[in-house]
Design a protein around this ligand. Structure first.
Ligand SMILES: Nc1ncnc2c1ncn2[C@@H]1O[C@H](COP(=O)(O)OP(=O)(O)OP(=O)(O)O)[C@@H](O)[C@H]1O
Length: 264
């Protein structure tokens, strides 16, 4: 099946529902470089769209445009039916999680997660119960009083994740959030993310250059190359697109296995 940019794939069943996030014709240039070209996508409630792409293909630029941190040259963005194309970041109800977790250095783990609720002046009892429950889900209960500098990289990333989830934003943007973690912790975080994302049901865009991570994290998939975003109706279509590279990966691993099997 030939993948289509999402603007041409509006007849799929999932696109018939009202999307939470709708992006049309987004373009951005930096100097002479066309970094995003006519990007379109639709994201529905509770979905995680995994966006796979090589370094430099424009993934972060897309997330920054969605978050309102970078201006676009053309295109429009709607979130929950409201146009947000030119709204400032703080009015978008979007949380953007980077590779490097951003924590408040002078607050302990509990207070870092509670921060967004305190800003909203929620009653203390409610803050306490919501934060404690989330800390349990994040498997951080043994560390609640620790300061950020006393936490490991994986723990810090879980706290950042907790800070994002507790305020229940309309959209979560995840920019290679686990790429600084070692393989084992990364696998643990992927499983934990999947579970908690499902519990909270917050729609998210998960950007990664790691094919396996894209397959694991997404329940919809897109591939970005040279600023062009292709979305796929299902996992099979994603896997079968030669540009995505699944077959190359399989050939690589089976080549290694064959080498290992040769008699000495
Ligand atoms: N502020 C900027 N000024 C000039 N060029 C920029 C700017 N921001 C990004 N670019 C260029 O846009 C292109 C896409 O960058 P972007 O950070 O979006 O890629 P990416 O896919 O997220 O890469 P990576 O996976 O390495 O983070 C790159 O060639 C980059 O040099």
């Amino acid at each position: 099946m030939t993948p289509q940019p999402d603007s041409h794939a509006t007849h799929t069943t999932s696109s018939e529902k009202t999307p939470i996030l709708q992006v049309e014709g987004v373009a951005r240039r930096f100097g002479g470089e066309s970094v995003l070209r006519d990007v379109a996508l639709r994201l529905h409630d509770k979905e995680t769209l995994a966006v796979l792409g090589r370094s430099g293909c424009g993934k972060t630029t897309l997330l920054k445009i969605l978050a309102g941190l970078t201006e676009l040259d053309a295109g429009r963005i709607w979130l929950e039916g409201r146009e947000i194309t030119h709204l400032p970041p703080q009015k978008r109800d979007i949380v953007y999680l980077y590779q490097e977790p951003l924590l408040l250095p002078h607050l302990n783990l509990f207070e870092n997660i509670a921060f967004g609720l305190r800003l909203r002046h929620l009653p203390q009892a409610e803050i306490s119960s919501r934060v404690t429950r989330l800390i349990e889900e994040l498997q951080l209960s043994d560390h609640t009083r620790k300061m950020p500098h006393q936490l490991s990289g994986g723990q810090r990333q879980r706290v950042a994740f907790g800070r994002a989830l507790i305020v229940q934003p309309s959209l979560l943007l995840l920019d290679e959030p686990f790429s600084n973690l070692d393989v084992e912790i990364r696998a643990h975080m992927q499983t934990l993310f999947k579970k908690i994302a499902a519990d909270f049901g917050i729609p998210s865009l998960f950007v990664t250059h790691d094919l396996k991570e894209a397959l694991l994290m997404g329940d919809r998939w897109a591939h970005m190359r040279d600023g062009v975003l292709c979305t796929y109706p299902n996992r099979q279509a994603f896997v079968e697109d030669p540009a995505v590279g699944v077959l190359r990966e399989i050939e690589f691993w089976s080549g290694l296995a064959d080498e290992g099997a040769e008699p000495r």
